[in-house]
Design a protein around this ligand. Structure first.
Ligand SMILES: [Zn+2]
Length: 91
């Protein structure tokens, strides 16, 4: 998930309380994703049901995903990423 604090955003693992240590401005969303991935985080897009979007839409303009009930990404920290998923909740 993406946590927001006073105009800054921060990636938090969807499976545990771990958060990515850096915070970023809204305009730096793509940088935040890229740096988290470089540190071993996995950020994957969740395909909205019945509303397929191609990636050019995602990366063409900064998406305003905050504030929606369902965020179109999953965020997994390195510890959870390399841990077995006994519940198999990944799609
Ligand atoms: Zn985690």
């Amino acid at each position: 998930m993406i946590e927001r604090h006073e105009g800054r955003q921060q990636i938090v693992c969807d499976s545990c309380p771990t958060s990515f240590p850096e915070t970023y401005a809204d305009a730096d969303f793509r940088i935040m994703i890229a740096e988290a991935k470089a540190k071993g985080w996995r950020i994957s897009q969740v395909k909205p049901e019945g509303n397929p979007r191609d990636t050019s839409d995602l990366f063409g303009a900064a998406p305003r995903i905050a504030g929606k009930e369902r965020q179109p990404y999953t965020h997994t920290c390195p510890a959870c990423r390399f841990k077995p998923q006994p519940q198999g909740r990944l799609m």
